[in-house]
Design a protein around this ligand. Structure first.
Ligand code: SF4
Length: 274
């Protein structure tokens, strides 16, 4: 079994969300505009560094046009053509801001990892399980490899979020196998979407105790998934969950958000009566 960082975080937020998204493959018919803008920004930044490392020129406008060619009003939640074009230009503006305000010489760009899950204190390994994910950028600081995660945020995030971030712990866990250091540096570089967007750094470190906690969390989540134990964990996060109409049995909103085939799946599972 492979468990991606995204699946792990989804299960921890709400097991029902994981079940709907990854077990039933229920996805909204239209890709959310914020997700597209964030993905486009990542794509432009990654393309810049990949071209730079290859010693080739990078025309961001060309990458932008290619990335957005798959999006239209009927497969996104942009309301108008003008909104879609504004989103496209916003992502270019964010990528240019990032590239002009940061000074990276990345060793790796969009690095895929897949690792066994090991208790770094006792050596216990969870059999037949791998943790997978993609690190946006890896650079070196003070002689150590550092994982960088780029985020687009609507407001300045608080420090607690980065301190507790399991996402950053997953990245550090991978880097630990590269460097074998006591502490591993990890950072969020946030592009904050204010009226005047700006870059905000959150620098963190992870160490052995964090990796032991991660081991126990992954072990519990993997066991729950194998046993089919899924349950709702309602909270403030429901406000930005794709499945809120399903959980609140809002039939009209379900019809608006999901395609006919997906609605059939939800009906078959007894999750909604249309
Ligand atoms: S709406 Fe809330 S309870 Fe329902 S799946 Fe989403 S996070 Fe879980």
């Amino acid at each position: 079994m492979k468990i991606s960082k995204s699946k792990l975080l989804s299960f921890i937020t709400c097991p029902e969300k994981y079940y709907l998204g990854y077990e039933l493959n229920v996805r909204p018919a239209k890709t959310p505009s914020d997700l597209i803008i964030g993905s486009s920004t990542h794509h432009l930044i990654a393309s810049h560094y990949i071209r730079e490392r290859a010693g080739e020129p990078c025309d961001l406008q060309e990458f932008l046009a290619h990335f957005w060619s798959r999006y239209r009003l009927d497969n996104t939640d942009f309301l108008t053509r003008e909104d879609l074009e504004a989103g496209m230009h916003q992502s270019l503006e964010f990528a240019r801001l990032f590239l002009s305000e940061t000074d990276f010489e990345p060793l790796e760009v969009e690095y895929r990892f897949s690792l066994p899950v090991v208790n770094v204190k006792t050596g216990e390994v969870i059999p037949d399980l791998e943790l997978t994910g993609i690190i946006d950028l890896i650079d070196r600081i003070d002689g150590k490899s550092r994982a960088i995660e780029i985020k687009t945020k609507s407001r300045r995030p608080d420090g607690f979020q980065a301190e507790m971030s399991m996402e950053l712990t997953c990245y550090a866990y991978w880097l630990r196998f590269l460097d074998d250091s006591e502490t591993i540096p990890v950072s969020y570089v946030n592009i904050v979407k204010n009226r005047k967007p700006y870059i905000h750094w959150q620098n963190q470190e992870r160490s052995t105790e964090d990796f032991v906690d991660l081991f126990h969390t992954i072990k519990t989540v993997a066991q729950n998934i194998s046993d089919g134990r899924f349950y709702k964990n309602p909270g403030v996060h429901c406000n930005w969950c794709d499945y809120k109409p399903v959980c609140s049995k809002d039939v009209d909103a379900v019809k608006e958000r999901f395609s006919g085939e997906t609605i059939e799946t939800l009906q078959d599972q007894g999750l909604i009566q249309v």
